[in-house]
Design a protein around this ligand. Sequence first.
Ligand SMILES: Nc1ncnc2c1ncn2[C@@H]1O[C@H](COP(=O)(O)OP(=O)(O)OP(=O)(O)O)[C@@H](O)[C@H]1O
Ligand SMILES: [Mg+2]
Length: 433
Amino acid sequence: MPDSMSITAATVDPGLLDLPWDLPLDEWPDDTIAALPKGISRHLVRFVHLSGYVVAVKETSEELARSEYDMLRTLQRLDVPCVDPLAVITNRVGRDGEALQPVLVTRHLRFSLPYRALYSQTLRPDTATRLVDALAVLLVRLHIIGFFWGDVSLSNTLFRRDAGAFAAYLVDAETGKLYPGGLSNGQRENDLEIARVNIAGELLDLEAGGRLDENADPVDVSNGIVAQYRTLWGELTGTEQFAAAERWRINDRVERLNDLGFDIEELSIKTAEGGTQVRITPKVVDAGHHQRRLLRLTGIDAGENQARRLLNDLDAYRARNGRDELDEEMVAHEWVSRVFEPVVRAIPRDLRGRLEPAEVFHELLEHRWFMSQQEQRSVSLPEATTAYINDVLRHRRDERTLINPPTSSLALPIETDGVPVSPEDAEDWRANV
Ligand SMILES: Nc1ncnc2c1ncn2[C@@H]1O[C@H](COP(=O)(O)OP(=O)(O)OP(=O)(O)O)[C@@H](O)[C@H]1O
Ligand SMILES: [Mg+2]
């Protein structure tokens, strides 16, 4: 490592120091580069192997690298789904003494995909709609904390599968600004308009390249973000007024927000019109209602929709096994060891990179439902698991580490960490599920 180089980071992985910083990024040797799908960008971004994980390295100006690094750190602290900033490296000097561009290093978000890698032939209308819905949730979350994005687009977002839907993560914070006092309606509308125009452009671009399904209309889909955003924003922040006698409406509102995946951290309740009317407005809302509950009960860290799905199964397990009288935590522990973990362990090692465990579990439940419908009988979980692995999972692409776009091609897992299922585990499982 050249003496003059300077690194800003919270903690530095020593592996980072061994990378060939004295070469321009586009000349880095192939064996350092991880071939993963990437969105379109102005700056050069390349993925690089460190021990056990992958980082994204972006060559940019010092000013932009630093401000994006600081912004991503702030967003992480505020619990917004975004990529994790690791370091800013400046004063790079090349082998023949010339100055090289500063870089921003972020951690590659596992199992995330750019939207262009989410389909193999053409983007179907329902997939496009789900992408836009996920982006609307992200935008609402950002606006709630007072973040003006300024460059909302599908390319600046990464997507993770979330129980059949998607969860969106912010990847490019370069243009963003945080307003501690919150955003004005004009600022929110501005961001929303940027989103609509960018998404329409991105879809028109796919269409021109023959990569958009002919039933998908770029204008309709991009208008969808506006509608979706307004509905969600209204639910999360709108004021409701009702007669003082109808106080149960407060609980109703809380439950509606929980269903949407949000918790109310603070609610403003005011009486109006001489005390006969009550007016409520959520003041602070926090995303991740089901995620937090699942994490608390089971230690499983999943997406919001995945968590909702797993919790439904946990509740069903509790009812089915007459465990209602037991403590919720105890039942959850039992469910993890008897239902969830055996499924995860049953996945053959070579298929573990295909999907996240929580997503596998979700797909498995769908598959069991489908089999039960087809065969008009109730299919057991172990039976459905075998069928799912062979008939579905085996035929999926690897999503942990996809090879370069075009992404319909194959992939290599970068790590395997599972243990094969033992005969005793299998027996115990059959007896209990
Ligand atoms: N941490 C990361 N994990 C996964 N993918 C990443 C990460 N960082 C960057 N990428 C990929 O690289 C692409 C480009 O990154 P980014 O949008 O930050 O570059 P940019 O040049 O600032 O973009 P723009 O042209 O919008 O200014 C992203 O769309 C994403 O696909
Ligand atoms: Mg970008």
